[in-house]
Design a binder for this molecule. Sequence first.
Ligand SMILES: NC(=O)c1ccc[n+]([C@@H]2O[C@H](COP(=O)([O-])OP(=O)(O)OC[C@H]3O[C@@H](n4cnc5c(N)ncnc54)[C@H](O)[C@@H]3O)[C@@H](O)[C@H]2O)c1
Length: 363
Amino acid sequence: MKPLRTAIIGTGMIAHFHSDSYHKIDGKTGDIQMVGLCDIVPGKAQAFAEAQGWERAKCYEDYREMIEDLEIDAVSICTPNRVHADPAIVCLRNGIAVMREKPMSYTLQEAVDMARTAKETGNMLTIGFQPRYDPNSAVLERIVQSGRLGQIYHVETGGGRRRGIPGGSFIKAEEGGYGATNDIGCYALDMVLAPLGYPKPLSATAQTSNHFGKTPAVGQAGGDWGTWTPDEFQVEDFATGYVRLEGDISLVFRTAWAMHMDSLGHTLFLGTKGGLKCHDGGLREMTLYQDLDTDLQTQSPVSAKNGDVDIFTAKIDDFVRAVVEEDTAPIPGETIVYNQAIIDGLMRSAAQGKEVAIDIPAI
Ligand SMILES: NC(=O)c1ccc[n+]([C@@H]2O[C@H](COP(=O)([O-])OP(=O)(O)OC[C@H]3O[C@@H](n4cnc5c(N)ncnc54)[C@H](O)[C@@H]3O)[C@@H](O)[C@H]2O)c1
């Protein structure tokens, strides 16, 4: 492998996972050079460099300055959701391959702008959905794409935590933008849309609430994810929605950062020849429902693959591989625009209190 000059923008919580993964890959290949680290908070990138053992990395507070100053091949962008588009676009315009942490962006327009820039420049924009690297994700995709389920006409997806409001930048409108819908809802959407080949979304309707966020005494109880006051909490902690997809497919969506429940139910694929249930929205336990004959119905557990995989390192490893081999983006931004379009539609619908059309500008 030729040496890869890497950098990280935003040296907060998730940047540590990126850094650990780059170290692991470097341990295998010896060819990762962390040349730059950037965080807008003075001293934060330097402290990160020291703690993470990237002594030779130059540290910056302004990513534009870093990009002008250094030769960089690949960057992990780990800034809060509302600071996703601009650094990605600047990096792409400067010939740098981008690993953009999920969710892709805040607004649909930002996602479109990022995908257009990747297309215009021919540089890589990949989105960091590490559950794709769980071997059971490939099993799910194989079943759905095998045709065994017939024509798929309905999917249900979602997930939630009994207590798990992240606090920090995630709950502030000017940094996180949206709440649970964008933060963890993007994974739930990707879980059903990727195996379906990302059908185009047409319209959305949703309702949101923030009962737990606005009552910190309850929202923080039993979890140590963060602390906040009711005024600081400016986003939704729960959303439920309905999306029409191209191909006469309906999608039911639900997400919660906190709730008085242990699960928001199963992820379901309903087809004309079979059905698939992912228990409690996870990938470890799946059941396939089929008919042997008109009056002989079966339900079979799908043997789980060994899920004991470091999916985070697998995602960074695949990004590095794709950059070095000059391959296409592992999870292309252009596809994930549809994921962001749904989130945008759900949030517009919740704000307007009615179903809204989803129109996606051409990339
Ligand atoms: N893939 C995953 O499992 C996963 C998990 C958690 C978070 N994330 C995503 O990663 C992103 C960051 O989350 P986090 O938990 O690390 O948040 P964080 O708040 O801990 O870190 C974000 C960092 O970005 C810095 N920053 C903000 N604006 C900047 C700018 N203009 N230039 C440079 N640095 C800037 C902040 O100072 C902070 O240090 C979010 O989009 C989040 O959704 C992904």
